[in-house]
Design a protein around this ligand. Structure first.
Ligand code: GTP
Length: 334
């Protein structure tokens, strides 16, 4: 089975971390997010993944130079201009000549979903499209479904106003499509699969849901990207764990690391405290600095304190500075 994986977004919510690295190439527990996703698809029976690329395609091609990720073959479809989710799926599937049932996944979803079960549900219902669904407490920030008899989705509403949600079941970002879904998407146009195509499929009675209670996180938000990393330190995930400190990191014996991940080549000086945080590859934390609930790629100076913040690869927190709920460098609204 083939799959299209959407990895061409701008990752604006994770700026400045995504200023130079596309979101799906950011690490989750020392390995690129995309590698974990492709491996999961492979375990579910996917043999070839078409990466739907747009913004910054080069890091993906460089990371998988022989066109393979584990046992899965990788091919690339680079959009000439961003086509949004639906346009990107159409473009990538057409470029790859997909003409059978296929899987689609958002590149920033971490889940323990069994993809083979999703495909089986799709075939059982003879659906045109089947969405993985998960229940959340506040569904208003997501695509929310109304589920009728026999798992048929009767309504799909993208980001409804709080209080207007038809249920607490949301689109969890992994789908199975028949190729006929592509006929519903115009060529080379910006189309949102969530806003345009799913409501049409629901209206036609051809959209089904596969609700599970599997671990699931949309790692596109800073707090959730951090959680997706830290969840690998405890028993949250089935058979997915990681070491807290990379073997290539240099952590002084007089530093304190609590519920945190220290990435490849990161340096932590004596007396520093790292709590509930992720130091990305190459991060540097000076002596007696404190890093709490933060994501750091750049440098935190001696005695500085940062809390609930993101430091990009070019970011430098000066010695002794206090940074709370901010980004370094500042991120412009554009
Ligand atoms: P934000 O800018 O923070 O919203 O992130 P995003 O646009 O990168 O991600 P979002 O969660 O909005 O999109 C879901 C998935 O679709 C992500 O894996 C994106 O990489 C991908 N995506 C979004 N827009 C495009 C696009 O125009 N082309 C391609 N190829 N992928 C896209």
């Amino acid at each position: 089975m083939r799959a299209v994986v959407l990895v061409g977004g701008f990752g604006t919510r994770l700026r400045p971390l995504t200023n130079h690295i596309p979101k799906p190439m950011l690490p989750i527990g020392h390995r690129p997010m995309i590698e974990r996703l492709v491996n999961r698809l492979g375990r579910g029976g996917v043999t070839e993944v078409v990466l739907a690329l747009g913004f910054k395609p080069e890091p993906f091609i460089a990371a998988f130079p022989n066109g393979r990720c584990g046992d899965v073959k990788l091919t690339y479809a680079v959009e000439p201009a961003p086509l949004d989710t639906g346009g990107a799926i159409k473009f990538a599937a057409s470029e790859a000549g997909i003409d059978g049932t296929f899987v689609v996944a958002n590149g920033d979803v971490l889940t323990d979903l069994d993809v083979a079960e999703l495909v089986a549900t799709h075939h059982r219902h003879k659906a045109e499209a089947t969405l993985h669904l998960t229940g959340v407490d506040d569904p208003s920030a997501f695509g929310v479904v109304a589920l009728g008899d026999g798992d048929r989705i009767t309504d799909f509403v993208e980001k409804p106003a709080p209080g207007d949600e038809p249920s607490n079941l949301i689109n969890a970002g992994t789908y199975v499509f028949e190729p006929s879904v592509l006929d519903r998407i115009p060529d080379n146009e910006r189309v949102s699969i969530e806003r345009s195509t799913f409501p049409l499929l629901a209206e036609a009675g051809r959209l089904y849901g596969h609700a599970t209670k599997d671990y699931w996180i949309d790692a596109g938000r800073p707090d959730l990207y951090r959680a997706a990393n830290l969840d690998l330190l405890d028993e949250e995930r089935i058979n997915v764990h990681c070491e807290a400190v990379s073997r290539t990191a240099n952590v002084d014996a007089a530093a304190m690391i609590l519920n945190s991940i220290i990435g490849d080549g990161a340096v932590v000086a004596p007396g520093a405290r790292i709590v509930d945080s992720v130091l990305l590859p190459g991060a540097q934390v000076g002596s007696a600095a404190t890093v709490e609930a933060s994501l750091v790629m750049g440098r935190v100076g001696e005695g500085a304190r940062i809390d609930a913040s993101m430091v990009g690869v070019d970011g430098i927190v000066p010695d002794g500075a206090v940074v709370t709920a901010s980004t370094v460098p500042e991120v412009s609204a554009s």
